[in-house]
Design a protein around this ligand. Structure first.
Ligand code: TXA
Ligand code: MG
Length: 319
């Protein structure tokens, strides 16, 4: 069991040393909390898979401190990917690129592609920089939750999810609540044109504007994205879309929407951004309160609303 550490420079520096020594560090990013390890240390990486109960053919994202380090991990990078990196990093965007030899099979799940991201969160960036100063080349980190479960958007969520699976020397940095609250947009950049594998806060509209290329959601089945499983991001509560909540059911909708009679209101976000930020917390609250059915009235529209819709649909497809 690990405990929470405040994000002081000293604690972050200790966390960098812990990474170097092969331990796990859970750290805040602007999207969700990551469970990090040294991507050059096979044993440390195998611990990530053990803690998450994640199948080993599911690749990990390598986080780097700036796009200057991109070509250590990726090669044959198309121009549109450089444009995306310039415009949206640091930020909630992961690029899938052809890997270099540095990205081993145990990081990429055996694929010849690697996922790279520069997070936009000061603790994450400080940790990456400090780790690089002592020889690190980036931090491999999936979301800090059990496989198939809801991502953690606070340090307390990390402890609830995987605290009992961490060792005494592993570290959880407490950087408060995540600003975005949904996982990064994943863009496949291994073909002539980009395609979005997982929608997020870098929206399809934003990607089209920067690249000048019309974007579709990918149907590339060869690429493994765990968020593409039918059942994912799932709380224990059964998720329904709409407002037909009965007394005792959970309910989440924008503030302007009234609570159905007798339903338990879990969140009343004022806009789409807040909706995204509060979604996973509502999933967790529903489970803590042993709510069996959770009704979600989703915000309309494109952009971040599309990412919210994607996660709610996936959570509702629990089998
Ligand atoms: O916002 C985020 O992306 C968070 C924070 C911690 O950065 N990370 C995250 O990681 O959500 P994870 O592992 O829970 O989800 C990343 C997804 C996985 O579904 C994985 O399959 C996909 O990215 N991915 C990673 N590397 C890939 C690769 N080489 N090829 C295809 N998909 C990849
Ligand atoms: Mg995940």
């Amino acid at each position: 069991m690990s405990s929470l550490y405040k994000c002081t420079s000293k604690n972050i520096e200790n966390a960098a040393t812990a990474l170097k020594n092969g331990y796990l560090v859970s750290f805040p990013t602007e999207t969700v909390y990551g469970l990090g390890a040294d991507p050059l240390n096979k044993k440390a990486i195998s611990n990530i898979y053990r803690v998450k109960s994640r199948p080993t053919d599911h690749p990990l994202i390598v986080h780097i401190s700036s796009s200057q380090n991109l070509e250590k991990w990726a090669q044959n990078i198309p121009n549109y990917a450089f444009l995306l990196a310039e415009n949206f990093w640091p930020g909630p965007m992961t690029l899938i690129l052809q890997r270099t030899n540095l990205a081993k099979n145990y990081i990429t799940g055996g694929q010849d592609k690697v996922g790279i991201r520069v997070p936009n969160q000061k603790t994450a960036l400080y940790l990456l920089t400090k780790f690089e100063l002592i020889g690190g080349l980036g931090i491999a980190a999936p979301s800090a939750n059990k496989f198939g479960a809801v991502s953690a958007t606070s340090a307390e969520d990390v402890l609830d999810e995987i605290g009992d699976r961490l060792s005494l020397n592993d570290i959880v940095l407490n950087g408060g609540k995540c600003k975005v609250g949904l996982e990064s947009t994943i863009i496949d950049c291994t073909r002539n044109t980009p395609s979005v594998l997982r929608p997020g806060a870098i929206t399809i509209e934003m990607i089209e504007k920067i690249t000048g290329i019309p974007i579709r959601l990918s149907s590339n089945k060869k690429i493994k994205v765990s968020g593409k499983f039918e059942s994912h991001y799932s709380p224990k509560a059964k998720i329904f879309i709409g407002e037909n909540a009965k007394p005792g059911d959970g309910f989440m909708a924008l503030r302007t929407h009234p609570t159905p009679n007798g339903a338990i209101r879990l969140a009343r976000p004022k806009d789409v951004d807040e909706f995204a930020r509060q979604l996973y917390k509502s999933f967790r609250d529903a489970d803590k309160r042993k709510i069996k059915n959770l009704f979600i009235l989703m915000p309309e529209g494109t952009g971040l609303a599309a990412a919210v819709k994607d996660r709610v649909l996936k959570a509702s497809k629990k089998t």
